[in-house]
Design a protein around this ligand. Structure first.
Ligand SMILES: Cc1cc2nc3c(=O)[nH]c(=O)nc-3n(C[C@H](O)[C@H](O)[C@H](O)COP(=O)(O)OP(=O)(O)OC[C@H]3O[C@@H](n4cnc5c(N)ncnc54)[C@H](O)[C@@H]3O)c2cc1C
Length: 272
């Protein structure tokens, strides 16, 4: 039998988390695989307040217990996120797996996290002591290492509404369904009056965390397409040098070749 606490409100959940060392449990699709007998769980999946998707002035608010199926059915979730989420596992996992769990699992293969990185999403973390908002890329400290205090829970995911439309997304897996990413890539570009206002490129499943190099992105930001083309080779060479990848089911060399091809394809598709 699984030991656990079943709070009836977020406040109660935070009080329990403050008191005992209980493991947050959302959909359980990652935790079930671990099958630990030595822990107590804090079941969050009964809390309606953590299952909401809301539209706010400048962002979409996603509750951590929102499932992938729920997101696919929502009008508020951007097509880029829907495309990534629709590639997660199979319907049974998408019906139970949640955004909070995808983030909380601390894996660089997490498909929704890749999108949260590329669009500069933020997380709201809460404890009985109060709340704080952190940038997603400051939250991941390494494989399974999160910037989360023992008494804190992820209580909201804030996804910007603007700047997501001109995107590029590819997930390279072993097969079409039920494939954990071997390499995943998402790119975003925003062009206004002929100038590149912003460019973001993120790589998933190839290192301990999702990789994003904002200083290299800055080589393109502010330039016209012509000017960006002129620095393209230098830009690609900088990524080639910076990307130190780990081995997974496939070699680091294979992953690097795929990453560089995806980056080039992204630039070409966007006219650079
Ligand atoms: C067969 C199979 C296929 C899969 N395929 C994919 C795939 O293609 N892509 C992909 O990205 N993932 C995949 N996964 C992994 C998994 O389904 C996802 O990571 C899912 O999002 C986890 O969500 P969950 O609600 O089930 O998390 P849980 O198992 O409940 O929790 C996962 C972790 O997050 C923590 N956590 C949960 N909620 C919170 C919170 N509010 N605050 C703090 N910590 C929290 C938990 O303590 C735990 O450490 C697959 C898993 C299986 C079993």
């Amino acid at each position: 039998m699984v030991n656990g606490y079943r709070p009836t409100s977020l406040q109660e959940a935070l009080e329990i988390k403050n008191r005992v060392d209980a493991v947050p449990y959302a959909g359980g699709t990652d935790l079930m695989v671990e099958n630990r007998k030595d822990v107590s769980y804090l079941f969050l999946n009964g809390l309606e307040e953590l299952k909401q998707i809301r539209e706010e002035a400048d962002h979409i608010s996603i509750g951590p217990c929102v499932t992938f199926t729920q997101a696919l059915e929502s009008d508020f979730i951007h097509p880029l996120m829907k495309e990534a989420v629709s590639r997660i596992a199979a319907p049974a996992i998408r019906n139970t797996g949640t955004f909070g769990g995808n983030i909380g699992n601390g894996s660089a293969k997490a498909d929704s996290v890749l999108i949260l990185y590329v669009c500069d999403a933020k997380l709201r973390l809460a404890s009985t002591e109060g709340e704080r908002i952190v940038d997603i890329d400051n939250f991941y400290k390494g494989r399974k290492k999160l910037g989360l205090k023992p008494e804190e829970l992820i209580v909201e995911i804030l996804v910007p509404k603007k700047g997501l439309d001109n995107y590029y997304y590819k997930k390279v897996g072993g097969r079409n369904a039920l494939a954990i990413s071997r390499v995943a890539f998402a790119g975003l570009i925003s062009i206004k009056d002929g100038r590149i206002e912003s460019l973001a490129a993120v790589f998933g499943a190839v290192s301990d965390t999702v990789l994003r190099f904002k200083d290299l992105e800055a080589m393109i930001t502010g330039k016209t397409i012509e000017e960006a083309r002129a620095v393209k080779e230098k830009f690609l060479a900088a990524y080639e040098e910076r990307m130190i990848l780990t081995r997974g089911r496939v070699s680091a060399e294979y992953r690097k070749t795929v990453c560089m091809n995806l980056l080039k394809d992204f630039l070409e598709e966007k006219g650079i």
